[in-house]
Design a protein around this ligand. Structure first.
Ligand code: ATP
Ligand code: MG
Length: 298
């Protein structure tokens, strides 16, 4: 696959917020794209830049393969003062009269509560789904749990209330679910070659990265939850239903193909991503689904 060089494309004045790396807006084939540049690897001192552009690209391709609406992504390069950087272009899904509003803003509308828009306590989030009137509460709740299961699969640290949301049509006042965006904190973006080698060689290192980290951005009693513990506990019916909906839609053959066809990554990265995804599916999702089916049959 030919890799696109985004350097010479026309720029737009549109700006993007977010804490994970620089961003600019360019026009590509007549459409606006947000270009995300790799952020510094803050948690890993041995690494200069994180792999979050690859995480964004592969995470979004996986969402698409599962059938959840997601931003379009393209991997490419951008030349900054003679240095080539790997960037991910994310199709801008807003349009004139249609703006993105995040879930944090919807949560801020709950004026009779102390709930802060960015607070991620699960019970507050679920209560907001019931109390809000902008969207169908069933569709909203299902999207939340479908994302939760998919994020568990791709190991996403950071689905905070600013990292999903709605498209608001300022002309008609209509609100719809926005495509999924920001998967940049999935798939261990700060794992360098030494970490990847060690995870592939040592079961304890791998198990730690399946059962313990990443945690979800969602909290229960003030503590970020562990995907395995929460999903396998079968304690939330919305989560159980999403587990049943999403797990059969994960096609590991298709995912192998996505990773095989991802440009600009090393063989080690390919093996690492594929191994982690296969193991997360087997140990978290398949395990929990079979426990759920057993419980339902008995
Ligand atoms: N495809 C898109 N189209 C339009 N706007 C987008 C798109 N993707 C992201 N945005 C907007 O740009 C902001 C920054 O993007 P993104 O969340 O990907 O960056 P980030 O730096 O990884 O964020 P974070 O601080 O959550 O780590 C988002 O919060 C959202 O408002
Ligand atoms: Mg973000």
């Amino acid at each position: 696959m030919a890799v696109i060089d985004f350097t010479q494309l026309p720029r737009r004045n549109k700006m993007y917020a977010g804490a994970n790396g620089n961003k600019i807006c360019v026009m590509y084939e007549g459409l606006p794209y947000m270009l995300k540049f790799p952020p510094a690897a803050k948690r890993n001192k041995d690494m200069s830049y994180s792999n979050s552009c690859f995480s964004e690209y592969i995470g979004c391709q996986i969402y698409e393969s599962i059938g959840i609406p997601v931003q379009k992504t393209i991997l490419g390069t951008y030349n900054v003062k003679g240095k080539e950087k790997i960037v991910v272009a994310c199709g801008d899904f807003t349009e004139p009269g249609v703006t993105l509003q995040d879930f944090a803003s919807l949560k801020n509308q709950m004026i009779d509560s102390e709930r802060n828009g960015y607070g991620t306590e699960l019970s507050d989030i679920l209560l907001t789904f019931e109390e809000q009137t902008a969207l169908d509460p069933v569709a909203l709740t299902e999207r939340f749990w479908d994302m939760f299961i998919t994020d568990a699969f791709i190991g996403n640290w950071d689905r905070h209330n600013g990292n999903w949301g709605f498209l608001y049509d300022t002309r008609t006042d209509a609100m719809t679910l926005a495509p999924v965006y920001d998967c940049g904190s999935s798939l261990y973006p700060q794992a360098d070659d030494a970490i990847m080698e060690s995870v592939l060689a040592k079961p304890a290192e791998l198990n730690y990265r399946v059962y313990e980290i990443p945690t979800s951005a969602i909290m229960v009693n003030g503590k970020k939850l562990r995907y395995f513990d929460f999903i396998s506990s079968l304690q939330n019916e919305g989560c159980n239903q999403a587990l049943k909906r999403i797990t059969p839609r994960i096609n590991m053959e298709r995912i192998r193909q996505i990773i095989d066809e991802t440009p600009l990554i090393s063989d080690l990265q390919r093996r690492f991503y594929l191994t982690m995804l296969a193991e997360r599916k087997r140990l978290i999702l398949d395990f929990s689904l079979s426990a759920l089916e057993k419980r339902e049959h008995s």
